[in-house]
Design a protein around this ligand. Structure first.
Ligand SMILES: NC(=O)c1ccc[n+]([C@@H]2O[C@H](COP(=O)([O-])OP(=O)(O)OC[C@H]3O[C@@H](n4cnc5c(N)ncnc54)[C@H](OP(=O)(O)O)[C@@H]3O)[C@@H](O)[C@H]2O)c1
Length: 161
């Protein structure tokens, strides 16, 4: 949350399930949304008010790992649906729109059938961050974000022509 605020996001909304978490967020200058994994609709309401979501809530009682993963998945569905309905673009959607190709969602198995061995890599969740580069080189971000950057005419000159 500190990083989001430091990066210039004027409004950051944090999910808190306890009074102590709510107080800690408020002390940081973060707006507080009360809710928990056990109340999936509370996630959806928070998502509807947000331009982007960073979801890290998880119950790390590993003696109940399967149950906890199922609860987390269930809790994620309303806000995932909300994000889709609000048509927040994903990178693939921007590229598909710009090059005039449909974008479809595939299961990992379907991706393997369609792309062969590459399907395995496309199914991996591999988030990337510039945090270490910025820290080591003193690189200050001033330009647009990735999706905003590729969603420009200059990125797809042939379709823009
Ligand atoms: N740390 C790692 O090395 C690592 C590695 C791989 C993946 N991950 C994943 O990255 C994410 C964040 O990890 P972390 O290390 O930051 O975990 P963490 O320190 O255990 O934080 C988990 C957060 O989830 C919240 N939470 C737990 N149960 C909840 C519930 N029922 N409803 C709402 N919130 C709930 C907790 O809130 P409270 O403050 O109220 O307890 C806490 O803020 C998790 O999905 C984790 O599985 C972490």
């Amino acid at each position: 949350m500190n990083e989001l605020l430091a990066a210039g996001h004027t409004t950051v909304l944090g999910l808190a399930r306890s009074d102590s978490a709510a107080a800690a967020m408020a002390a940081l200058g973060v707006d507080v949304h009360r809710g928990s994994l056990e109340e999936p609709e509370s996630f959806a309401a928070g998502a509807a008010a947000s331009g982007g979501i960073i979801h890290t809530a998880f119950n790390h009682d590993f003696s109940r790992f399967v149950d906890n993963a199922a609860a987390e998945f269930k809790a994620s569905q309303p806000w995932a649906k909300c994000s889709r309905e609000r048509k927040r673009p994903l990178i693939a959607e921007v590229i598909g729109r710009r090059v005039g190709l449909p974008v479809v969602s595939m299961s990992r198995e379907e991706a393997a059938d369609h792309f062969g061995f590459l399907g395995h890599f496309f199914g991996l969740d591999i988030p990337a961050s510039s945090a270490k580069t910025r820290e080591r080189l003193g690189w200050q971000l001033t330009g647009p974000g990735l999706i905003e950057d590729i969603d420009r005419e200059a990125y797809f000159p042939r379709t823009a022509a």
